[in-house]
Design a protein around this ligand. Structure first.
Ligand code: HEM
Length: 463
């Protein structure tokens, strides 16, 4: 029977080999399920996801825009996690300030900073992108991670927008380090590194003390609070969101050669570019969920009322998947006869409830940057394109005047695909461990609850 034994051994080896080779196809999926389960276990199941089985997408906007859906941070355990990721100074982040006078002051300063003429936004985008491309893309064909490529572009852009001066290399490095740290932690790919983030806070405090910020803050904000505001809005949110938006736009274009060919052949067709960007932000909305805490009951219909104190979780990707033909497909042409205002489409939030103040500037910048990249490069990618994009958008930039022999190009694509699938296994395990740790750590620190408890004691003491 030694023959049978040998055969059994060979079969076992083949099964193990098959099991290992198939890892990229089942492990990441399982790990995501496990992460969701752990998240619910640690944080509790406090949120009501919308849309859901009993409240469908038809009510989504009406509830989001309801006057009682106004609480931002207070009263939700979920806020602890967002505050943890956005530290330092999450209590000064516009997105997380409760409605009231302080919020109004901050929102006004943001409006002032972002009120820049259209052509100036285009010029600044072009200048910053040109600098970074010249510095970072030096070969006729080069592998890049799109998100990483764009971080320094927006660091230069927002530094100049905020301080009215060209961004020095040292500041750019601090800003990119801060924004990368935030986004990597948010995606569970790395832990937070607070000393790294604090270096930017100290730098901003010095800039403010030197009078470098040309907009006047009302008197009640300390210099540290002002620095937290600048860091949170411009050197964290703006850099992260813009780099992600550009990476999604270019990844979508790289994955759809016909779309790319049309954009490259008709660089002045703004209408089609609009459709491509609209479809990108529909299929890959940057927000997974935005949450609100209800300050009073919300009547949905005669039978359903959402009680006061409910944590509402508005699920953007789920909402964007309703009301379309073939919603899972990337079809820019669908916007030919469809208006974003009438569709289930809210990539920048809802107007009635603190939508994104940077919608205009963000869209002008993306529209200026995309044709510039396509004029110089052909984009090629075989890496996965998912909404959370933990792979940071791997892409081959091939200079338009350069050629790449067909077999070589195919080999690059194959290599990229294999590398990406295995990276996905690595990322999903990393996200499982680091994500679980951060959810637990945020729960222990209870940043939101501590902040509001302190505020209540201070108010009592002053009476
Ligand atoms: C394509 C890029 C961007 C997208 C898709 C986007 C998306 C959003 C969304 C969906 C919201 C609303 C969230 C909610 O309802 O809770 C929001 C809020 C906000 N965004 Fe953006 N954003 C982008 C770029 C930016 C940039 C560049 C900045 C800064 C310059 C910025 C600053 C803010 C702020 C401060 C808020 C909070 C508004 C408030 O509560 O008053 N965003 N963004």
């Amino acid at each position: 029977m030694p023959g049978m034994h040998k055969m059994r051994q060979t079969l076992t080896r083949i099964s193990w080999l098959g099991f290992c080779l198939m890892l990229p196809y089942w492990l990441p999926f399982l790990v995501i399920r496990l992460r969701m389960w752990i998240f619910t276990k640690v944080n509790g199941d406090e949120g009501v996801q919308l849309p859901n089985d009993s409240i469908d997408a038809a009510y989504f906007k009406q509830i989001y825009e309801h006057k009682n859906a106004g609480g931002r941070s207070r009263g939700a355990a979920l806020s602890d996690l967002f505050w943890y990721w956005l530290s330092p100074g999450p209590e000064m982040h516009q997105e997380h300030l409760e409605n009231g006078e302080r919020y109004e002051h901050i929102a006004r300063i943001t409006r002032d900073v972002l009120a820049v003429p259209h052509h100036q936004i285009e010029l600044l985008t072009e200048k910053c992108l040109e600098n970074v491309l010249a510095e970072k893309v030096t070969r006729p064909w080069q592998m890049v991670r799109l998100r990483d490529l764009f971080m320094p572009v927006w660091a230069e852009f927002y530094y100049e927008l905020v301080f009215g001066q060209q961004c020095p290399a040292y500041a750019r490095q601090l800003i990119v380090a801060n924004a990368s740290d935030v986004v990597n932690a948010l995606k569970g790919c790395s832990l937070r590194h607070m000393p790294q983030r604090s270096r930017l806070t100290h730098f901003l405090i010095k800039k403010l003390q030197a009078g470098a910020f040309p907009h006047a803050f009302p008197g009640e904000f300390t210099v540290e609070e002002q620095a937290f505001y600048l860091q949170g809005t411009y050197f964290n949110t703006a850099i992260v969101q813009m780099s992600e938006a550009m990476a999604h736009t270019l990844m979508a274009i790289a994955h759809h050669p016909a779309v790319q060919a049309r954009l490259a052949a008709t660089p002045n067709d703004n209408h089609y570019l609009d459709q491509v960007i609209t479809e990108t932000l529909r299929l890959f909305p940057l927000f997974g969920i935005a949450h609100r805490i209800t300050s009073g009951p919300i009547d949905v219909d005669e039978k359903t009322t959402i009680p006061s104190g409910t944590v509402l979780c508005f699920n953007y990707p789920a909402y964007h998947q309703t009301g379309y033909d073939q919603p899972e497909k990337f079809i820019p042409e669908r916007w030919e006869h469809l208006s974003p205002k009438e569709a289930h489409y809210i990539p920048f939030g809802v107007y009635g409830n603190r939508s994104c103040p940077a919608q205009r500037i963000a869209l002008i910048s993306i529209k200026a940057a995309t044709p510039m990249v396509l004029k110089q490069f052909q984009l090629i990618s075989s890496a996965a394109h998912t909404r959370s994009m933990p792979n940071r958008g791997p892409c081959l930039l091939l200079a338009r005047q350069a050629g790449l022999p067909y077999p070589f190009r195919q080999a690059v694509l194959l290599w990229m695909r294999v590398q990406d699938r295995w990276e996905d296994v690595y990322h999903s395990l990393l996200q499982l461990f680091l994500g679980t740790f951060m959810v637990w750590h945020a729960r222990c620190l209870q940043l939101t609850q501590t902040h509001f408890a302190r505020q209540v004691s201070a108010e009592k003491a002053s009476i």
